[in-house]
Ligand binder design. Structure first.
Ligand code: KDG
Ligand code: MG
Length: 416
């Protein structure tokens, strides 16, 4: 059997991985990046950010991955993926799959640079001219959310996710205290928020009725229930939202037990999306094969990189399920760059989430993708087109932050 360390043809010496390092930085929010270098001096970058658990992935990479990377052939992307997946014995899980994703994306980046080709061409070329994205419109009440959707439309967005406050609840999901981008990981220890389903089920259909009355039918509207509902409540919401023709209802109920989605399906034709917390094809197999969802949201950074997400997308394509990658600000521009190349290629692409990063983040991660007419366009530079300015990154030290938790009125823990 061939020795993976010594493939006997011309440039394998050039492709040898000679260095890899983890960069943790907080330009507005925390990000973990893996940078891999070959003997010929080519660098690849992979995102390894797991919101609120950043240092667990950084330690996994530093202690358990990097020592195994040195000396390997950067061109053996599949073998490296299998090495870290099968070779660890302990499979799956968000920390492992995020670490594997960082390696995988960095290696695809290197391959693109060595081949002098943008990533989408390595995947099989362009399936579309641009990538339809949706932005986040949040408001403390229906009025504010309606105005926010209008603002997004005026910025050129063709699709907008809308969330609004729930009367009586102090801090519902999706509504920022400030007017800026919603950043839920706000404090060193989790912020305690409260949850109550009845008020939420009352207000959300009213919000969408108002949005359609004010903004018409052309704009695509989306909504995220953030795993808060029981299946029967989710079924009711999905049915109540039918007249407002949503592009999707996201995370209607936790998918730990996929059977819940059967109940929602039985009662409604509102399209369903799920999967931002999935990390493996096995999380979505039954949902996809049972045709219980319409969009799969597992994305590159948390689900094993391009190599694994391509398998998920191919499985989904067989059942007419489309992709709708997670793209909140806790996924770095490196993930956004890689995702946009993937979206440009994927035959069963549906939509891409796009929350703009702040200026500091954009400066630390120079990139060549751009927004035009409601779509994002990946660049033509080799690889995924996103790099990291390490000098600037060093000016923003890690700042511990965790996601909030939610409790019911009686103090019981609930899904945030
Ligand atoms: O880290 C958690 C966030 O990424 C998540 O709360 C955002 O649900 C989310 C979304 O759809 O973007
Ligand atoms: Mg979500």
């Amino acid at each position: 059997m061939a020795n993976p360390q010594s493939e006997a043809h011309g440039s394998s010496r050039d492709r040898e991985i000679v260095a890899a390092r983890v960069i943790v930085t907080c330009p507005g929010r925390n990000f973990v990046t893996l940078k891999i270098e070959t003997r010929s001096g080519v660098f690849g970058a992979g995102d390894a950010t797991l919101n609120g658990r950043e240092l667990a992935v950084a330690a996994y990479l530093e202690h358990h991955v990097i020592p195994n990377l040195i000396g390997r052939d950067a061109g053996r992307i599949e073998d490296t993926w299998q090495f870290f997946y099968r070779g660890a014995y302990w499979r799956r899980g968000p920390v492992t799959m995020t670490a594997i994703a960082a390696v995988d994306v960095a290696l695809w980046d290197i391959l693109g640079k060595m081949a002098a080709m943008p990533l989408y061409r390595l995947l099989g070329g362009r399936s579309r001219d641009g990538v339809l994205v949706y932005g986040h419109a949040n408001g403390r009440d229906i009025e504010e959310a309606t105005a926010e959707v209008g603002r997004y439309i005026s910025l050129g967005y063709r699709a907008v996710r809308a969330q609004c406050g729930v009367p009586g609840l102090k801090k519902p999901y999706g509504v920022s205290r400030l007017k800026d981008a919603y950043e839920p990981a706000e404090s060193e220890l989790p912020l305690e928020t409260e949850w109550s389903t009845p008020g939420y089920l009352e207000i959300v259909p009213k919000l969408f009725a108002r949005l359609r009355a004010e903004h018409g039918n052309e704009v695509e509207l989306l909504h995220d229930a953030h795993h808060r509902l029981m299946p029967v409540e989710a079924a009711r919401l999905a049915r109540d939202l039918e007249p407002h023709r949503l592009f999707w209802l996201e995370d209607a109920t936790p998918a730990d037990n996929p059977d819940g989605f059967e109940l929602i399906r039985r009662h409604s034709v509102t399209p369903l999306a799920v999967g931002e917390v999935f990390n493996s094809i096995w999380d979505s197999k039954r949902l996809i094969e049972g045709r219980l969802i319409d969009f799969i949201r597992s994305t590159i950074v948390h689900a094993g990189g391009i190599t694994h997400v391509r398998r998920i997308a191919d499985l989904a394509a067989m059942y007419q399920v489309r992709t709708g990658f997670h793209g909140a600000t806790d996924l770095s521009p490196v993930t956004m760059g890689a995702a946009l190349h993937f979206d440009t290629w994927a035959p069963n692409f549906g939509i891409q989430e796009y929350m703009r990063h702040c200026e500091q983040t954009d400066e630390v991660f120079p990139h060549d993708y751009l927004f035009r007419d409601g779509r994002l366009h990946c660049g033509e530079s080799p690889g995924h087109g996103v790099s990291i300015d390490e000098k600037l990154a060093a000016r923003f030290p890690y700042s511990p932050k965790q996601l909030p938790i939610a409790r019911l009125e009686d103090g019981s823990m609930w899904d945030w």
